[in-house]
Design a protein around this ligand. Structure first.
Ligand SMILES: [Zn+2]
Length: 443
């Protein structure tokens, strides 16, 4: 693996002391940070980066997304959650083909790398196609093959639990450890009790967690009490879904008892504030959860509800929403918001040696170009990144010591070809949706 020397960077280390270092060097060897500051004189790097006017920080970990839903970007707009699902997404997804997942996820990878994301927790269909994208792009990922497991919803692709088991067996720790897996039962409101029980048993057998949607609306919570006499969190816990470290996406409508379950079971909550704002939901109580000792990370959700996959925007919205909702401007200062978007996500996704700039950590880092009017002066680097920078200010992305974005150019993916192919496939899907709608009306 090539060695790399980054010189003259300012560093937001996000280490235990929140150290900010100026005009510093980082040496990378064998995919890890080998030295910080004092560089051994005999180091002969394969590549040197002059990072003057750049700030280096750990790369972003997107803890909840549906990467291939980039193909549905802008296709279901200005709708509440139930109509967004029923009238938009599920109709369009009925036209989804296996190869679409590859191109949609590849488009997502281009966008994510460009805005500083090094890893993503994906929850979708035909996940070996997403694994292909991870292998080719050089990113890291936690992949969960979504299983509806309902009596009424059509399955998408060959999504039986048995095939999910084969997927986990084949891809867990593949691509040199860059791919990790979980099971992906959709949610307590779609999946049947039997399907959730079987998922929990399989997760136990395979030693993996579950990535699942939880408590996105008050209606879901009310129905859960009516049907099962329990909140969604208590219900999933009773079925054993949280027995291995898992990811609960959204987790908005929570009681104190729910929060205690999430803490005790070491569940990571993936908050997706842009989806919450756009679909007029409430939002995850990040500050309350963290005070209660629950592990919280951030996700973009899919581009069908977020419209982009920019983790910087998500970190900013998380900070702003928490300040606004709590009426307390002191909560979620910029360094903490960055930790949510980086090391908290890394831990949630099973990449515990990433998310910090220190010797021995995985070399998963990004460099922002600070030489722009909106990033001057530099009173507070973390605030400049969270509240002033844009995803497009990311100039370098490095994963396991490999450069995936160099001076704004993608090094591993054919972006032109991917954009053309994704455009064609996205339009094909919505056009077939139109056909269905006409059919539906004719009926
Ligand atoms: Zn989701």
């Amino acid at each position: 693996m090539p060695s790399l020397l980054i010189q003259h960077a300012d560093l937001l280390t996000l280490d235990a002391q929140d150290r900010v270092l100026q005009d510093t060097a980082i040496a990378i060897k064998d995919g890890r940070i080998f030295a910080l500051g004092e560089i051994p004189r005999d180091l002969a790097p394969d590549e040197s980066i002059d990072a003057k006017n750049h700030v280096a920080l750990p790369g972003f970990f997107n803890a909840h997304t549906h990467a291939a839903m980039t193909l549905l970007r802008g296709s279901a707009e200005d709708l509440p959650l139930d109509r967004w699902f029923n009238e938009g997404i599920w109709r369009t997804e009925s036209a989804l083909q296996e190869e679409d997942v590859y191109w949609g996820a590849a488009l997502a990878a281009c966008e994510m790398i460009r805005s500083g994301t090094v890893a993503f927790a994906d929850h979708y269909f035909w996940m070996h196609q997403v694994a292909r994208v991870v292998q080719e792009s050089g990113m890291k990922a936690l992949l969960a093959w979504c299983v509806f497991g309902s009596d009424f919803a059509p399955e998408m692709g060959p999504t039986t639990l048995e095939l999910t088991e084969e997927f986990v067996a084949e891809f867990q720790n593949s691509a040199g450890g860059r791919i990790k897996t979980m099971l992906g039962p959709h949610s307590p409101y779609i999946s049947t009790e039997r399907a959730l029980e079987r998922s929990a048993a399989l997760a136990h057998k395979l030693g993996v967690g579950c990535h699942i949607h939880v408590s996105e609306s008050q209606g879901q919570v009310n129905n859960s009490f009516k049907q099962f006499g329990k909140s969604p969190v208590a219900y999933l816990n009773a079925l054993g879904i949280f027995d291995n470290p898992s990811i609960a996406a959204h987790a908005i409508y929570l009681s104190d008892d729910d929060i205690e379950i999430l803490r005790a079971k070491n569940v990571s909550v993936a908050a997706c504030p842009k989806t919450h704002l756009k679909l007029a939901m409430r939002t995850t109580r990040i500050v309350d959860l963290m005070r209660a000792g629950v592990h919280v990370a951030l996700g973009t959700d899919g581009a069908a509800s977020n419209n982009d996959l920019d983790m910087l925007e998500v970190a900013r919205l998380a900070a702003l929403l928490q300040k606004h909702d709590t009426g307390d401007a002191t909560v979620l200062p910029s360094t903490d918001a960055l930790k949510l978007a980086t090391q908290h996500g890394a831990r949630a996704m099973g990449f515990g040696n990433s998310g910090v700039l220190q010797v021995g950590a995985d070399a998963d880092l990004i460099l922002f170009n600070l030489d722009k009017p909106h990033l001057v002066p530099r009173h507070n680097l973390a605030a400049n990144i969270v509240h002033s920078a844009r995803g497009g200010d990311v100039n370098y992305v490095i994963v396991n010591g490999k450069v995936l974005l160099r001076q704004g150019e993608l090094t591993t993916l054919d972006e032109e070809k991917i954009m053309r192919e994704a455009e064609r496939r996205g339009l094909r899907m919505t056009q077939s949706k139109l056909a269905q709608t006409q059919q539906y009306r004719a009926d």
